[in-house]
Design a binder for this molecule. Structure first.
Ligand SMILES: *[C@@H]1O[C@H](CO)[C@@H](O)[C@H](O)[C@H]1NC(C)=O
Length: 157
């Protein structure tokens, strides 16, 4: 009996644990539904979230539900470090074919359909071992923000 109660208490925590995120600074842009920094199996649960040079890449799954039909996508990743806001280049294929990085959807995405963006970015061996705030924004066909979020990160060896 006690074991069963323990399992029932722990299950929702496992199923619904997502990473922390904040609204983008000085904006009122919508947040995504949930962010899984480091993957769905063991997402980062407390900031700063680590990315590892030794791994060579970092994956974040971002669940979102657009409230309108989406016919074009433009992902943008920025890093804020010591007050500077720097654009972080995304893989060329992600810029050219962003719909290929939407899991479980077609192009266009119908309004009110829950989908997931697979944000996998390389972590180069010479990436400085610094803390920064990562800001990820997804724009639609009218250059309107679908969602934006910030997360504190640190690059580790
Ligand atoms: C996300 O993208 C990476 C790199 O392209 C790939 O290895 C991984 O399998 C993708 N994940 C899913 C769930 O499609």
């Amino acid at each position: 009996m006690f074991k069963l109660i323990t399992i029932l208490a722990v299950l929702p925590a496992i199923a619904f644990s997502a990473s922390p995120m904040s609204t983008c600074l000085r904006t009122s842009h919508p947040l995504p539904t949930a962010v899984f920094f480091g993957g769905r199996v063991s997402p980062c649960l407390a900031e700063p979230c680590s990315v590892f040079r030794s791994v060579g890449s970092g994956t974040t799954y971002i669940d979102f539900t657009p409230n309108r039909q989406i016919t074009a996508l433009r992902p943008e990743l920025r890093a804020r470090v010591i007050g500077l806001n720097i654009q972080h280049p995304l893989p060329q294929d992600m810029q050219d074919n962003p719909f290929n990085y939407i899991i479980g959807s077609t192009n266009p995405i119908a309004a009110n359909t829950p989908v997931t963006f697979n944000l996998t970015v390389p972590v180069e061996p010479d990436t400085p071992l610094v803390s920064s705030t990562n800001i990820f924004t997804l724009f639609d066909q009218n250059n309107q923000v679908i969602f934006c979020y910030e997360i504190a990160t640190v690059v580790r060896a």
